[in-house]
Design a protein around this ligand. Structure first.
Ligand code: NAP
Ligand code: F7E
Length: 338
């Protein structure tokens, strides 16, 4: 019998954690998801994976831990002995990182170091994926951004990610750990957190369409992002760890759209004019903004044979359709499945 591979995923309760867990379970992995204690249930994105009554040998196991608690990481790495570790845990909201810069660095920067140290200390042979971000480029000096574009972080979040990026690269060089950085550009889905702009828009649109909301308050509509689908991007994470050599890769669609264009696409899809509903509220502006990002993922295409499957209009429509369904179900008294 071939050995069942084990993967440890931090950030399992988040958007990417849920898609990655689904992907790995389908590939036959035993997945260990590291989750932190919460005062209320926060496993709705993964409930379908670990509460399936028809599945006897559940392939997703949840373990308590925290990126700010080295002893929990050491214990989990030593006892689980994962073949692959995906570090997706982070305080991932850029605007919030200006309010809690120290905490954002604790989790994103030092949390990554704690996990890398746990690997080094355990002596186990494992592969490590670090969730790096296009935010590290800041207001980039060149377009599109690739693996050689210099980092110019414009937020505490981005600065924490730059630190984690270099620690990952350093542990690869210093200790010969198979460690990769995936520099992922924005990726969205019906499971995206509701305070990120895309989901904020599609959720509000669904509520407006059902006449339970009248206005949508947003910040900078001119910002441009390279938006892809999270389901496509988790495959790239896995492919990086299957390659014969550890390396760093940009993962992106290569197209960029403004927040305004996202509004046009979403509202236009259901036959509404966004201008009638959207108001600008200064509180959603950031002390420093990243104006425009656009990624060049030709290295991932060439070496990993990865390319995105879902394009911008398909992504927007997928999210609008899903949120229409969520709101419809809420209004009819049942919780919508995402
Ligand atoms: P997300 O939905 O915000 O999920 C973040 C996850 O991190 C959640 O499971 C959260 O747990 C967990 N977490 C937060 N603090 C933690 C701590 N102290 N210890 C352990 N876990 C902790 O983010 P995402 O969109 O899935 O993104 C996944 C990763 O990719 C993040 O590192 C993000 O920074 C990075 N990234 C995201 C994008 C994107 O466009 N989505 C692009 C580039 C990079 P709770 O549920 O308990 O809060
Ligand atoms: O903002 C503008 C805002 O918060 C996108 C994270 O996953 O991707 C994400 O970071 C743009 C910004 O994502 C609102 O100013 C306007 O220019 O959806 P966002 P983000 O900051 O790009 C990167 C790659 C990550 O790594 C991060 O973890 O939209 N914007 N009005 C707004 N943004 C929000 N959130 N809310 C507004 O009302």
């Amino acid at each position: 019998m071939p050995k069942i591979k084990k993967a440890l995923v931090t950030g399992i309760t988040g958007q990417d954690g849920s898609y990655l867990a689904e992907f790995l379970v389908k590939k036959g992995y035993e997945v260990y998801g590291l989750m932190r204690r919460s005062s209320s249930f926060n496993t709705d994105r993964i409930d379908h994976l670990y509460q399936d009554p028809h599945e006897k040998n559940l392939r997703l196991k949840l373990v308590y831990g925290d990126l700010n608690d080295a002893s929990s990481l050491n214990h989990i790495v030593k006892t689980v002995k994962p073949d692959e570790i995906y570090n997706l845990g982070a305080q991932s909201h850029v605007k919030v990182s200006f309010s809690i810069p120290e905490y954002t660095g604790e989790v994103g920067a030092l949390g990554t170091t704690r996990l890398l140290e746990a690997i080094r200390d355990s002596g186990i042979k494992t592969k490590f994926y670090q969730a790096s971000s296009s935010e590290m480029y800041g207001n980039a000096s060149e377009f599109p951004q690739n693996e050689n574009t210099p980092f110019r972080p414009r937020s505490p979040y981005a600065a924490a990610k730059v630190y984690a990026y270099w620690m990952t690269a350093n542990y690869r060089e210093a200790y010969n750990i198979f460690a990769c950085n995936g520099v992922l550009f924005n990726h969205e889905s019906p499971r995206r957190g509701e305070t990120f702009v895309t989901r904020k828009i599609t959720m509000a649109l669904a509520r407006i369409r059902h006449k339970v909301q009248t206005k949508l308050y947003l910040g900078n509509l001119d910002a441009k992002r390279d938006w892809g689908f999270a389901g496509d991007y988790v495959e790239a994470m896995w492919l990086m760890l299957q390659h014969h050599e550890a390396d760093d890769y940009v993962v992106a669609t290569g197209e960029t759209y403004s927040v305004r264009q996202f509004l046009e696409e979403a509202f236009g899809y259901v036959g509404l004019n966004w201008k009638k509903y959207v108001e600008i509220d200064k509180k959603y502006f950031r002390p420093t903004e990243v104006d425009c990002l656009m990624g060049d993922s030709s290295k991932a295409k060439k070496l990993l044979n990865w390319k995105p499957k879902v394009n911008f209009p398909q992504l927007v429509r997928m999210m609008v359709d899903a949120d229409m369904n969520v709101v419809r179900k809420i209004l009819h008294g049942t919780k919508g499945k995402r």
